[in-house]
Structures are given as C-alpha cells and as structure tokens.
Design a protein around this ligand. Structure first.
Ligand code: SOE
Length: 373
C-alpha cells in the first residue's frame, strides 16, 4: 500500500461522520506527508439522507449495506452506534481491511473480546478512536510524566461532565438504551477518561487491579421523537468509580450527562511525589502544571511550534479546537496503515478500557469492590 491512495468506507454520517470526514478533508492541506485518501463509500440506512450526506462529506459512492463495503475498501471506519461496532468491524478485519472503530469498542466485555480476537487474528490495523490522546496538551503532559517531572505517580482523578440530558424531556435516543448502547455515561464518557488515564500514566502505575463503583439513572423514561410514546431509559445517567492500580496508585473516575452547567467538561488530574498536572477539555490548549520548584500551578499555553502537532497549524497562541484532535488521530492512523505499523489506541487498548467498564458495572451490581475479569 505505501504510496497508493487509500480508499475509505465509512459507516455513519452524523456527528462522528462529520468529525472524521472533516479530518480527512484537512489532511492534504495541513499534513502534506499524510497518505492520499479517497472518501470512497458512505454507508447508512436512509438513502435520501445518505445521498445528501455523501455530497456534503465528499464521498464518491453510497451503500445501505456494510456487508458489501467492508471487503471493497482499504480502510473501514465504523462510526455507527455501539450495537453496530462488533459485526461490521469483525467482518472487515476478517477480510483484511483496516478498521477505525469509534469508542467505546463494544457494549459489553464479551463483545469486546470478540473484537479483540478478530484484531489479533488479522494482519490489518485495528484502531479505536479515543481522540483525546491526540490533544497537544495531553501529549505534552505525557512527556512531563514520562520525564519524571511529577515523580512517583500516586493519584489520578478523571471526570467527564455534560448536561445534554438534564432536561427530562430531552428525547430518547439509542444512547439511552442498554441493548443498543451497552451503558450510558460510563461507556460514552467514562471510556474516554479511563483510556486517557491509561495513556498518561499506564507505564508508571501498571494495570487497574480492583474497582468499586456506582451507576445511577435519574431520569427513567424519555419522550420518543415525533410520537406520544415515552420509552424507558435503561442505562446510567452518571457513574462514579474508584480504582487501585498495580503500583499502589489510586484513581477516582466519574462521568455524568446530567451535570447541569457542564457542556463538554473532560478533566484529568495527576498527582505525584514531585508535582501535579491538570487538563480540561473546555480549555484544551492549556495545561496546568505544578512542578517540584513551583509554588503553585502554572498555566502553560501548549501552542508553540515545538509542541505536538502545532507546527502543522498556526503560530503560537492561535489556538486549536476539538476538531483538530480528529485530524491528528486520522493522520497517525492512516500513516500507520500506509506503513503497515502498529497504531495506538488499538483494539487491545480499547479492550483494556472495556475491562474497567465491566468491573464498574459488576461492582455496582454487587455493591462491593471487584477485580477485573
Ligand atoms: C457524547 O455526547 C459525546 O458525543 C461522546 O460520544 C463523544 O465521544 C465525546 O467526544 C463528546 O460527547
């Protein structure tokens, strides 16, 4: 494949479809060494909406059945709802097609195991789209931790707060249904934070060993769009969890989709024997760092051309946004595909996240601390 144009098939054309199509469109302009990509086929169910989306997102063809696409393109992007993550991704990998699947990898651990096994049995690259690993400030934070600037890592604190479901009359969607989504805030938001913590400190603290946790649903039914029906909510609106790492470090994680006043507030903090750092997605160009010889936190604007990815964009202080994380992610993923190299986050990385999500659910069910399965 090196040097050839990579043909891409994409399942899903709404929120994540737009984020990734935008990223693909930006690559030639800002990452000229990225592989050439053809937005070949867009997959969806509604033919009229699909045709309009293909025009807007720049795809040459459309299809209403993913089965006909997964062995007809070089790379398959699975951006569908969680219940569609497993079968199309597994079929693509079995056909030798590279896969980028949106997070969370799966609804439940058993499904994630099937996806992990398919990736292990395939020569194709199998990636999971944890895009926050590709924020320049997060990369910079990882460098500080790896360089020992925080000393021995003792505590991690991650939270992901949104409020788009705080109104009980916000319509029901697949994200509110256990059969379609697997879980609510836990898998939708908690997956990001568990992965980000593992990306930042996993090499220092080792694997999560035990978990305690609580899931809670505050709004038990919601109106179905364009009908008088109300449908039950069968997933969590919020979760909290405490974890113990192999090194003895401990972590606190929480997420909510009913945290009124918080729009997309993904925050992670790390405390070590020599210092601390704090990142917040709503101020994603900044990193708060308290080093060994600092009196308090200093706020670093991570927009210098020497900072990760920034030299592809603008001069210092001309800040980046949420969508740039997808451009960086697609650049790294497609470069790995073209070079036939390993990419992280992989299905194995995503499976390790799913093990923690599974443990939170079991801890909640049992009302006690549990080990990972
Ligand atoms: C939920 O609202 C959501 O869209 C997540 O599904 C995404 O992964 C996150 O990046 C933004 O919020």
């Amino acid at each position: 494949m090196p040097g050839d144009t990579i043909s891409v098939g994409v399942l899903g054309y709404r929120f994540m479809g737009r984020a990734h199509a935008n990223a693909l469109a930006r690559l030639p302009m800002f990452f000229p060494d990225a592989p050439d990509v053809e937005r070949h086929t867009l997959v969806g169910r509604d033919e009229d909406a699909l045709s309009d989306a293909a025009d807007r997102l720049g795809f040459a063809h459309t299809a209403t059945d993913w089965e006909s696409v997964v062995d007809d393109v070089d790379v398959f992007y699975n951006l569908g709802p969680n219940h569609l993550h497993a079968d199309p991704s597994i079929a693509a990998l079995e056909a030798g097609t590279h896969v980028l699947c949106e997070k969370p990898l799966a609804r439940k651990l058993a499904e994630a195991e099937r996806m992990r096994a398919a990736a292990a049995a395939s020569d194709a690259v199998a990636a999971c789209a944890f895009n926050y690993r590709f924020v320049p400030a997060i990369r910079y934070a990882k460098g500080l931790i790896a360089d020992g600037k925080l000393g021995e890592i003792r505590q991690v604190r991650g939270r992901y707060l949104q409020d788009w479901l705080v109104d009980p009359d916000t319509p029901w969607s697949w994200r509110n249904d256990a059969a379609l989504a697997g879980s609510g805030a836990l898998g939708d938001l908690g997956a990001h934070t568990v992965d980000l913590a593992r990306f930042l400190v996993g090499e220092q603290v080792g694997a999560v060993e035990t978990v305690s946790g609580t899931l809670r649903t505050f709004v038990n039914e919601r109106p179905v769009p364009d009908s008088d029906e109300r449908r039950p909510v069968t997933v969590d609106d919020a979760y909290t969890a405490q974890v113990e790492y192999a090194s003895g470090a401990i972590g606190t994680f929480e997420a909510s989709r009913v945290a009124d006043g918080h729009k997309n507030d993904h925050t992670i903090e790390v405390h070590g024997s020599k210092g601390s750092l704090r990142f917040s997605l709503e101020r994603l160009n900044e990193l708060a760092f308290k080093g060994e010889h600092h009196r308090g936190y200093e706020t670093i604007l991570v927009t210098d051309e020497s900072d990760p990815y920034v030299d592809h964009w603008w001069p210092p202080g001309h800040v980046l946004g949420w969508e740039h994380t997808f451009v960086h992610e697609n650049y790294e993923f497609l470069s790995a595909v073209a070079a036939d190299e390993t990419f992280h986050p992989s299905f194995e990385d995503a499976y390790q996240v799913q093990r923690v999500l599974d443990a939170v659910e079991r801890a909640d069910e049992r009302g006690e601390r549990v080990a990972l399965r």
